[in-house]
Design a protein around this ligand. Structure first.
Ligand code: NAP
Ligand code: ZN
Ligand code: ZN
Length: 354
Protein backbone atom coordinates (compact mmCIF):
# COMPACT_ATOMS: atom_id res chain seq x y z
CA UNK A 1 0.00 0.00 0.00
CA UNK A 2 1.23 3.51 -0.75
CA UNK A 3 1.81 5.73 2.27
CA UNK A 4 1.05 9.39 3.00
CA UNK A 5 4.09 11.21 4.36
CA UNK A 6 4.70 14.74 5.63
CA UNK A 7 7.29 16.74 3.78
CA UNK A 8 8.48 20.25 2.88
CA UNK A 9 8.02 21.18 -0.75
CA UNK A 10 8.28 23.98 -3.29
CA UNK A 11 5.58 24.89 -5.81
CA UNK A 12 7.64 27.00 -8.23
CA UNK A 13 10.88 28.88 -8.81
CA UNK A 14 11.75 31.30 -6.00
CA UNK A 15 8.77 30.15 -3.94
CA UNK A 16 9.34 29.44 -0.25
CA UNK A 17 9.46 25.85 0.96
CA UNK A 18 6.25 24.90 2.79
CA UNK A 19 4.73 21.90 4.59
CA UNK A 20 3.08 19.45 2.15
CA UNK A 21 2.06 15.81 2.09
CA UNK A 22 3.24 13.31 -0.50
CA UNK A 23 2.52 9.69 -1.37
CA UNK A 24 5.31 7.13 -1.11
CA UNK A 25 4.94 4.10 -3.35
CA UNK A 26 3.98 0.68 -2.04
CA UNK A 27 7.33 -1.05 -1.54
CA UNK A 28 8.17 -4.01 -3.79
CA UNK A 29 10.27 -7.07 -2.95
CA UNK A 30 13.56 -5.21 -3.62
CA UNK A 31 12.69 -2.03 -1.74
CA UNK A 32 13.88 -0.67 1.58
CA UNK A 33 11.53 1.62 3.51
CA UNK A 34 13.55 4.23 5.37
CA UNK A 35 12.47 6.49 8.23
CA UNK A 36 14.45 9.64 7.49
CA UNK A 37 16.11 11.18 10.56
CA UNK A 38 18.29 13.92 9.05
CA UNK A 39 18.68 15.58 5.64
CA UNK A 40 21.44 17.98 4.70
CA UNK A 41 20.87 21.18 2.72
CA UNK A 42 23.05 21.21 -0.41
CA UNK A 43 23.63 24.37 -2.44
CA UNK A 44 22.23 22.43 -5.41
CA UNK A 45 18.82 22.52 -3.65
CA UNK A 46 19.03 26.29 -3.90
CA UNK A 47 20.31 26.52 -7.49
CA UNK A 48 17.43 24.29 -8.58
CA UNK A 49 14.61 26.06 -6.73
CA UNK A 50 15.88 29.46 -7.88
CA UNK A 51 15.74 28.33 -11.49
CA UNK A 52 19.50 28.67 -11.94
CA UNK A 53 19.79 25.26 -13.62
CA UNK A 54 16.82 25.49 -15.98
CA UNK A 55 13.45 23.75 -15.93
CA UNK A 56 12.50 21.42 -13.10
CA UNK A 57 9.19 19.71 -12.37
CA UNK A 58 7.06 21.30 -9.63
CA UNK A 59 5.72 20.70 -7.04
CA UNK A 60 9.05 19.43 -5.81
CA UNK A 61 10.26 17.92 -2.53
CA UNK A 62 14.00 18.57 -2.33
CA UNK A 63 16.81 16.83 -0.45
CA UNK A 64 19.53 14.35 -1.40
CA UNK A 65 21.68 14.04 1.71
CA UNK A 66 19.52 11.54 3.56
CA UNK A 67 20.36 9.60 6.72
CA UNK A 68 17.84 7.35 8.43
CA UNK A 69 16.87 3.99 9.84
CA UNK A 70 15.40 0.99 8.02
CA UNK A 71 11.71 0.59 8.86
CA UNK A 72 11.03 -2.49 6.72
CA UNK A 73 12.50 -4.47 3.83
CA UNK A 74 11.06 -6.39 0.88
CA UNK A 75 11.42 -10.15 0.70
CA UNK A 76 14.34 -10.07 -1.76
CA UNK A 77 16.35 -7.56 0.26
CA UNK A 78 19.54 -9.19 1.43
CA UNK A 79 21.74 -6.18 2.13
CA UNK A 80 19.71 -4.41 4.84
CA UNK A 81 17.72 -5.24 7.95
CA UNK A 82 15.18 -3.43 10.10
CA UNK A 83 16.80 -0.88 12.44
CA UNK A 84 20.00 -0.52 10.36
CA UNK A 85 21.43 2.98 9.81
CA UNK A 86 21.31 3.78 6.12
CA UNK A 87 21.81 6.65 3.71
CA UNK A 88 20.55 7.81 0.33
CA UNK A 89 22.42 10.27 -1.85
CA UNK A 90 21.65 11.88 -5.19
CA UNK A 91 20.62 8.72 -7.03
CA UNK A 92 17.64 6.38 -6.66
CA UNK A 93 18.09 4.22 -9.74
CA UNK A 94 19.84 3.92 -13.10
CA UNK A 95 19.58 1.76 -16.23
CA UNK A 96 22.06 -0.76 -14.79
CA UNK A 97 23.12 -1.90 -18.27
CA UNK A 98 25.09 0.94 -19.91
CA UNK A 99 28.88 1.10 -19.79
CA UNK A 100 28.91 3.55 -16.85
CA UNK A 101 26.47 1.48 -14.79
CA UNK A 102 28.49 -1.67 -15.44
CA UNK A 103 31.56 0.22 -14.21
CA UNK A 104 29.71 1.24 -11.01
CA UNK A 105 29.49 4.88 -12.12
CA UNK A 106 25.72 5.23 -12.12
CA UNK A 107 26.07 9.01 -11.86
CA UNK A 108 27.20 8.92 -15.49
CA UNK A 109 24.47 6.51 -16.64
CA UNK A 110 23.67 7.12 -20.30
CA UNK A 111 20.42 5.18 -20.20
CA UNK A 112 19.01 2.22 -22.04
CA UNK A 113 16.15 3.77 -23.99
CA UNK A 114 13.75 3.24 -21.08
CA UNK A 115 15.66 5.16 -18.40
CA UNK A 116 17.32 8.32 -19.66
CA UNK A 117 20.18 8.29 -17.16
CA UNK A 118 20.81 8.20 -13.42
CA UNK A 119 17.51 8.85 -11.61
CA UNK A 120 17.91 11.90 -9.39
CA UNK A 121 16.60 11.61 -5.83
CA UNK A 122 14.34 14.58 -6.45
CA UNK A 123 12.76 15.65 -9.71
CA UNK A 124 14.03 12.42 -11.33
CA UNK A 125 12.04 9.98 -13.44
CA UNK A 126 12.06 6.51 -12.01
CA UNK A 127 10.31 3.56 -13.70
CA UNK A 128 9.69 2.33 -10.13
CA UNK A 129 7.57 5.50 -9.67
CA UNK A 130 5.88 5.22 -13.09
CA UNK A 131 8.21 8.05 -14.21
CA UNK A 132 6.45 10.59 -11.95
CA UNK A 133 8.98 13.12 -10.53
CA UNK A 134 10.77 11.64 -7.53
CA UNK A 135 10.49 13.33 -4.12
CA UNK A 136 13.56 13.76 -1.93
CA UNK A 137 14.66 13.88 1.66
CA UNK A 138 12.89 16.92 3.10
CA UNK A 139 10.33 14.30 4.12
CA UNK A 140 9.66 11.75 6.85
CA UNK A 141 10.12 8.59 4.84
CA UNK A 142 11.40 7.26 1.52
CA UNK A 143 11.18 3.98 -0.40
CA UNK A 144 14.39 3.06 -2.23
CA UNK A 145 15.59 0.05 -4.21
CA UNK A 146 18.20 -1.79 -2.12
CA UNK A 147 20.88 -1.30 -4.79
CA UNK A 148 20.80 2.47 -4.17
CA UNK A 149 20.81 2.37 -0.37
CA UNK A 150 24.10 2.89 1.49
CA UNK A 151 25.11 1.34 4.78
CA UNK A 152 26.05 3.95 7.39
CA UNK A 153 28.64 2.56 9.79
CA UNK A 154 27.26 2.64 13.36
CA UNK A 155 30.19 4.72 14.62
CA UNK A 156 29.09 7.73 12.54
CA UNK A 157 26.28 9.87 14.07
CA UNK A 158 23.36 10.14 11.65
CA UNK A 159 23.05 13.93 11.80
CA UNK A 160 26.72 14.59 11.00
CA UNK A 161 26.94 11.83 8.39
CA UNK A 162 23.99 13.06 6.28
CA UNK A 163 26.09 15.67 4.37
CA UNK A 164 28.57 13.00 3.34
CA UNK A 165 25.90 11.50 1.04
CA UNK A 166 26.40 14.36 -1.41
CA UNK A 167 29.11 16.76 -0.18
CA UNK A 168 31.34 13.90 1.02
CA UNK A 169 31.24 11.78 -2.12
CA UNK A 170 31.46 14.82 -4.42
CA UNK A 171 34.86 15.57 -2.89
CA UNK A 172 36.06 12.01 -2.25
CA UNK A 173 35.57 10.95 -5.88
CA UNK A 174 37.82 13.58 -7.55
CA UNK A 175 40.36 13.39 -4.73
CA UNK A 176 40.72 9.66 -5.41
CA UNK A 177 40.49 9.97 -9.21
CA UNK A 178 43.26 12.60 -9.32
CA UNK A 179 45.26 10.64 -6.73
CA UNK A 180 45.41 13.08 -3.84
CA UNK A 181 47.81 11.59 -1.31
CA UNK A 182 51.25 11.97 0.22
CA UNK A 183 53.46 14.32 -1.80
CA UNK A 184 50.48 15.87 -3.63
CA UNK A 185 49.53 19.51 -3.16
CA UNK A 186 45.79 20.01 -3.20
CA UNK A 187 43.85 23.28 -3.06
CA UNK A 188 40.18 23.58 -2.33
CA UNK A 189 38.41 26.74 -3.44
CA UNK A 190 35.47 27.69 -1.20
CA UNK A 191 35.08 26.52 2.40
CA UNK A 192 31.38 25.68 2.43
CA UNK A 193 29.62 22.32 2.65
CA UNK A 194 31.64 20.59 -0.08
CA UNK A 195 34.84 22.46 0.69
CA UNK A 196 35.03 21.57 4.36
CA UNK A 197 34.33 17.89 3.64
CA UNK A 198 37.07 18.03 1.00
CA UNK A 199 39.59 19.45 3.46
CA UNK A 200 38.95 16.62 5.92
CA UNK A 201 39.10 13.89 3.29
CA UNK A 202 42.17 15.27 1.48
CA UNK A 203 43.96 15.51 4.82
CA UNK A 204 43.04 11.92 5.70
CA UNK A 205 44.38 10.83 2.29
CA UNK A 206 47.72 12.39 3.25
CA UNK A 207 47.84 15.30 0.79
CA UNK A 208 49.08 18.81 1.59
CA UNK A 209 45.84 20.80 1.78
CA UNK A 210 45.36 24.51 1.12
CA UNK A 211 42.08 26.40 1.43
CA UNK A 212 41.43 29.28 -0.96
CA UNK A 213 38.58 31.23 0.61
CA UNK A 214 37.25 34.70 -0.17
CA UNK A 215 38.60 36.06 3.11
CA UNK A 216 40.47 34.89 6.19
CA UNK A 217 37.31 34.96 8.33
CA UNK A 218 37.17 31.14 8.62
CA UNK A 219 40.95 30.61 8.78
CA UNK A 220 41.06 29.29 12.34
CA UNK A 221 38.30 26.77 11.64
CA UNK A 222 39.83 25.78 8.31
CA UNK A 223 43.15 24.94 9.95
CA UNK A 224 41.32 22.97 12.65
CA UNK A 225 39.53 20.97 9.95
CA UNK A 226 42.95 19.85 8.72
CA UNK A 227 44.14 22.45 6.20
CA UNK A 228 47.89 23.03 6.18
CA UNK A 229 47.57 26.49 4.65
CA UNK A 230 44.82 29.06 4.23
CA UNK A 231 44.75 32.00 1.82
CA UNK A 232 42.28 34.77 0.98
CA UNK A 233 41.48 35.06 -2.72
CA UNK A 234 40.53 38.72 -2.22
CA UNK A 235 44.23 39.37 -1.62
CA UNK A 236 46.08 39.63 -4.99
CA UNK A 237 49.30 38.52 -3.22
CA UNK A 238 47.78 35.02 -2.89
CA UNK A 239 48.06 34.52 -6.64
CA UNK A 240 51.71 35.56 -6.66
CA UNK A 241 52.70 33.50 -3.63
CA UNK A 242 51.00 30.31 -4.86
CA UNK A 243 51.83 30.55 -8.58
CA UNK A 244 52.58 27.08 -10.03
CA UNK A 245 52.13 25.36 -6.64
CA UNK A 246 49.32 22.80 -6.89
CA UNK A 247 48.91 19.37 -8.45
CA UNK A 248 45.16 19.51 -8.03
CA UNK A 249 42.70 22.33 -7.41
CA UNK A 250 39.06 21.50 -6.74
CA UNK A 251 36.68 24.41 -7.25
CA UNK A 252 33.56 24.11 -5.06
CA UNK A 253 32.36 27.68 -5.58
CA UNK A 254 28.69 28.11 -6.47
CA UNK A 255 29.37 31.41 -8.33
CA UNK A 256 31.51 32.34 -11.34
CA UNK A 257 35.23 32.79 -10.83
CA UNK A 258 37.98 33.88 -13.19
CA UNK A 259 39.33 30.38 -13.77
CA UNK A 260 42.39 31.74 -15.59
CA UNK A 261 43.62 33.15 -12.27
CA UNK A 262 43.36 29.70 -10.70
CA UNK A 263 44.95 27.66 -13.50
CA UNK A 264 48.04 29.84 -12.97
CA UNK A 265 48.33 28.22 -9.54
CA UNK A 266 48.77 24.76 -11.08
CA UNK A 267 52.11 23.01 -11.49
CA UNK A 268 53.04 21.44 -14.81
CA UNK A 269 50.47 18.70 -15.61
CA UNK A 270 48.20 19.93 -12.81
CA UNK A 271 44.40 19.75 -12.96
CA UNK A 272 41.67 22.20 -12.03
CA UNK A 273 38.51 20.24 -11.32
CA UNK A 274 35.07 21.87 -11.29
CA UNK A 275 32.54 20.52 -8.85
CA UNK A 276 30.74 23.81 -8.22
CA UNK A 277 28.03 24.43 -10.82
CA UNK A 278 27.30 28.16 -11.09
CA UNK A 279 24.36 29.37 -13.13
CA UNK A 280 26.40 31.02 -15.89
CA UNK A 281 29.20 29.72 -18.15
CA UNK A 282 32.81 30.55 -17.28
CA UNK A 283 35.46 31.25 -19.87
CA UNK A 284 39.02 29.97 -19.97
CA UNK A 285 41.73 31.30 -22.24
CA UNK A 286 43.51 28.53 -24.17
CA UNK A 287 46.88 29.87 -22.92
CA UNK A 288 45.79 29.04 -19.36
CA UNK A 289 45.77 25.35 -20.27
CA UNK A 290 48.43 25.19 -22.97
CA UNK A 291 51.05 26.61 -20.65
CA UNK A 292 52.18 23.84 -18.30
CA UNK A 293 50.02 21.19 -20.03
CA UNK A 294 47.27 21.89 -17.52
CA UNK A 295 43.87 20.21 -17.50
CA UNK A 296 40.44 21.58 -16.78
CA UNK A 297 37.98 18.86 -15.74
CA UNK A 298 34.74 18.26 -13.91
CA UNK A 299 33.44 15.67 -11.51
CA UNK A 300 29.91 14.61 -10.56
CA UNK A 301 29.10 13.02 -7.16
CA UNK A 302 30.19 9.35 -7.29
CA UNK A 303 28.72 5.92 -7.99
CA UNK A 304 27.08 3.73 -5.35
CA UNK A 305 30.14 1.52 -4.84
CA UNK A 306 32.41 4.52 -4.37
CA UNK A 307 29.90 6.23 -2.06
CA UNK A 308 29.98 3.15 0.19
CA UNK A 309 33.77 3.18 0.01
CA UNK A 310 33.72 6.86 1.06
CA UNK A 311 31.44 6.16 4.05
CA UNK A 312 33.69 3.30 5.18
CA UNK A 313 36.77 5.52 4.71
CA UNK A 314 35.13 8.27 6.80
CA UNK A 315 34.27 5.76 9.54
CA UNK A 316 37.86 4.53 9.56
CA UNK A 317 39.19 8.08 9.85
CA UNK A 318 36.46 9.46 12.15
CA UNK A 319 35.32 11.98 9.51
CA UNK A 320 31.89 13.61 9.69
CA UNK A 321 30.54 17.01 8.67
CA UNK A 322 30.48 20.15 10.84
CA UNK A 323 26.80 20.95 11.04
CA UNK A 324 24.18 23.36 12.30
CA UNK A 325 21.03 21.33 12.99
CA UNK A 326 17.80 23.15 12.23
CA UNK A 327 14.06 22.52 12.45
CA UNK A 328 12.15 22.26 9.16
CA UNK A 329 10.56 25.67 9.84
CA UNK A 330 14.03 27.23 9.41
CA UNK A 331 14.73 25.87 5.88
CA UNK A 332 13.90 29.13 4.06
CA UNK A 333 16.16 31.10 6.38
CA UNK A 334 18.89 28.48 6.00
CA UNK A 335 18.70 28.73 2.19
CA UNK A 336 19.05 32.50 2.47
CA UNK A 337 22.11 32.09 4.69
CA UNK A 338 23.72 29.52 2.35
CA UNK A 339 23.23 32.04 -0.47
CA UNK A 340 25.34 34.50 1.54
CA UNK A 341 28.06 31.93 2.40
CA UNK A 342 26.87 32.19 6.01
CA UNK A 343 27.09 28.52 6.93
CA UNK A 344 29.58 26.60 9.05
CA UNK A 345 29.56 24.28 7.35
CA UNK A 346 26.31 22.44 6.54
CA UNK A 347 22.71 22.92 7.60
CA UNK A 348 21.06 19.64 8.50
CA UNK A 349 17.29 19.36 8.96
CA UNK A 350 16.07 17.43 11.99
CA UNK A 351 13.27 15.52 10.25
CA UNK A 352 11.42 14.88 13.53
CA UNK A 353 10.40 18.59 13.31
CA UNK A 354 8.44 18.14 10.06
P1 NAP B 1 28.16 26.19 -0.17
O1 NAP B 1 28.08 25.48 1.13
O2 NAP B 1 27.32 27.39 -0.39
O3 NAP B 1 29.70 26.52 -0.45
C1 NAP B 1 30.13 27.27 -1.55
C2 NAP B 1 31.30 28.15 -1.12
O4 NAP B 1 31.73 28.88 -2.25
C3 NAP B 1 30.95 29.21 -0.09
O5 NAP B 1 30.97 28.74 1.22
C4 NAP B 1 32.03 30.23 -0.34
O6 NAP B 1 33.23 29.83 0.32
C5 NAP B 1 32.27 30.13 -1.82
N1 NAP B 1 31.55 31.20 -2.55
C6 NAP B 1 30.21 31.43 -2.60
N2 NAP B 1 29.93 32.49 -3.37
C7 NAP B 1 31.12 32.96 -3.81
C8 NAP B 1 31.52 34.04 -4.65
N3 NAP B 1 30.59 34.88 -5.18
N4 NAP B 1 32.82 34.21 -4.92
C9 NAP B 1 33.74 33.38 -4.40
N5 NAP B 1 33.44 32.35 -3.58
C10 NAP B 1 32.15 32.14 -3.29
O7 NAP B 1 27.76 25.21 -1.35
P2 NAP B 1 27.99 23.62 -1.49
O8 NAP B 1 26.76 22.92 -1.04
O9 NAP B 1 29.31 23.28 -0.95
O10 NAP B 1 27.99 23.46 -3.09
C11 NAP B 1 28.97 24.14 -3.85
C12 NAP B 1 28.69 24.00 -5.33
O11 NAP B 1 28.86 22.63 -5.73
C13 NAP B 1 27.28 24.37 -5.75
O12 NAP B 1 27.36 25.00 -7.01
C14 NAP B 1 26.58 23.02 -5.87
O13 NAP B 1 25.47 23.03 -6.70
C15 NAP B 1 27.69 22.20 -6.44
N6 NAP B 1 27.58 20.75 -6.26
C16 NAP B 1 28.08 19.98 -7.25
C17 NAP B 1 28.09 18.60 -7.11
C18 NAP B 1 28.71 17.75 -8.16
O14 NAP B 1 28.44 16.55 -8.21
N7 NAP B 1 29.55 18.31 -9.02
C19 NAP B 1 27.54 18.02 -5.96
C20 NAP B 1 27.05 18.85 -4.96
C21 NAP B 1 27.09 20.22 -5.11
P3 NAP B 1 34.19 30.89 1.08
O15 NAP B 1 33.28 31.63 2.03
O16 NAP B 1 35.17 30.02 1.76
O17 NAP B 1 34.79 31.76 0.05
ZN1 ZN C 1 24.14 17.93 -3.34
ZN1 ZN D 1 23.20 3.16 -17.04
Amino acid sequence: MSMTVKAYGVTGFNEPVKPVTIQRRAPDANDVVIDIKYTGICHSDIHITRGEWGPFPFPLVIGHEIAGVVRSVGKNVTKFKVGQHVGVGCLLNSCRSCESCKDGEEQHCTGDGKINGGVQTYGGQDPKENFAPTAGGYSQMIVVDQDFVLNIPESLPLDKVAPLLCAGITMYSPLRHWKAGPGKRVAIIGLGGLGHAGVKIARALGAEVTVLSQSLSKKEQGLKLGADKYFATADPETFTTLKGHFDLIINTVSANLDLNQYTSLLRRNGSLVEVGIPEHPMSVHAFSLVAGRRSLAGSCIGGIKETQEMLDFCAEHGITAEIETIPASYINKAWERVGKSDVRFRFVIDISTI
